[in-house]
Design a protein around this ligand. Structure first.
Ligand code: EGV
Length: 385
């Protein structure tokens, strides 16, 4: 796709997130950058001890226990007993392995949720896939069918940036369709730790329908531990995709220290850590919404509980231009455009703010957005009409 007129140098979202690192107010990336809780701080304080424990224990045991702890903390019981699980350094590494396995198997057409974080479409396209957009609304339609020729249906749930969730009965419906057609149902569930409504037992539903599935799990958005994190590739034993083969071309395994850290954080999450995380995100969401509502702006995803928030801009305002202007003032938010991988123009009406932050950064970001929009953001009443 060529760069559209008026927007030279459209960077991908991660390039924009990189610019935001360590500069001014960073509410760009979705990584966890809030203060650790007291019990997380305790786990961090035990890192030298965990190092020793990791060195002494057989790695297969540490790996399995981390997978079990993580999967059970997000409700994925059947995955523990019925799926094969491969631990990766991040969900994007898992995604890259999945995409390469698809290419190796000769898969060419992927139906992909739209909008969603741009590295998913970028990774699939780099593997030579042609992509067919499917909207969240379409996925929920009772009589919706798979797009012609689709060999994979890929859904991010909860979706990034909208927080939209694939309900259990809708997953069951798509799983039955995929089973009949021999289509692989792929899920990216990186944000599910934030929302209990997405923590029903997905593999139980998929196995019941008998479809092929690949799930990408992620600890990376949840805990503020300097990007020490894991992604997990979850799939049915015996699936013909060469996932294990591609995995071993890239990794022997992940660090047992990170495995132990994730296990401890997952256990803490189950013992109240998630409740605390949900309270933090909810409080930050309320703060941002209140500040923006005061400026006449609204958030189009009222039901979202994930750690990012989409903001709708008034007519005539370009998110790309606004993000550039704010970045020049040292305030970094993400434009909506790149999330709309099949229809970039449709994303111009939005920006995204990360909520896994301290309140002062969020306040500064919301004020900068309101300031940029000026009296326009205040609506007709403020203009005296
Ligand atoms: C988000 C960063 C990668 C990604 C951020 C993200 N980009 N991995 N290329 O982790 O929502 O900000 O998913």
């Amino acid at each position: 796709m060529s760069t559209p007129k008026g927007f030279p140098d459209i960077l991908n979202l991660t390039e924009l997130e990189l610019v935001a690192l360590d500069s001014g107010v960073n509410v760009a990336d979705g990584h966890a950058r809030h203060e650790p809780t007291a019990s997380q701080q305790k786990i961090i304080g035990r890192l030298p001890e965990l190092f020793g424990q990791a060195a002494e224990t057989p790695v297969a045991v540490v790996d399995r226990e981390a997978q079990q702890a993580f999967l059970s903390s997000v409700g994925q019981r059947t995955a523990i007993t019925a799926s094969e699980v491969l631990s990766c350094y991040s969900s994007s590494v898992a995604m890259e392995i999945f995409s390469t396995a698809l290419r190796t198997a000769g898969v060419k057409r992927v139906a992909l949720i739209h909008p969603t974080f741009d590295n998913i479409s970028d990774i699939l396209r780099r593997s030579g896939m042609s992509l067919i957009p499917v909207s969240e609304e379409y996925l929920l339609q009772e009589h919706a069918d798979l797009p012609d020729g689709a060999e994979v249906l890929f859904i991010t749930t909860p979706n990034n940036p909208t927080g939209w969730i694939l309900p259990r009965e809708v997953l069951a419906r798509w799983a039955r369709i995929c089973a009949v057609r021999g289509v692989i149902l792929a899920l990216d569930t990186s944000f599910r730790g934030f929302d209990e409504r997405s923590q029903y037992d997905h593999v139980a539903v998929l196995a019941e329908a008998g479809c092929r599935y690949v799930i990408i799990e992620d600890s990376g958005k949840l805990w503020p531990v300097l990007d020490l994190k894991l992604g997990f590739l979850v799939f049915a034993p015996g699936d013909p995709l060469p996932l294990r083969k591609v995995y071993t071309e890239i990794l022997l395994g992940v660090s047992p220290l990170i495995l132990l850290l994730v296990r401890n954080l997952a256990e803490d999450a189950g013992e109240g850590g998630f409740a605390e995380l949900h309270r933090l995100v909810a409080a930050n969401r309320s703060l941002v919404r209140a500040l923006l509502a005061g400026a006449g702006l609204h958030c189009p995803d009222p039901g979202s509980r994930i750690s990012v928030e989409r903001i709708a801009l008034p007519p005539g305002i370009s998110g790309t231009r606004m993000c550039r202007a704010l970045a020049a003032q040292g305030v970094h938010v993400l434009p909506g455009r790149q999330f709309y991988w099949a229809d970039p123009q449709a994303g111009e009406r939005f920006v995204r703010v990360a909520l896994s932050r301290q309140a002062d950064g969020l306040t500064a970001a919301a004020e900068a957005i309101a300031g940029y929009l000026g009296p326009r953001a205040l609506g007709p009443r403020a203009l005296g009409h």
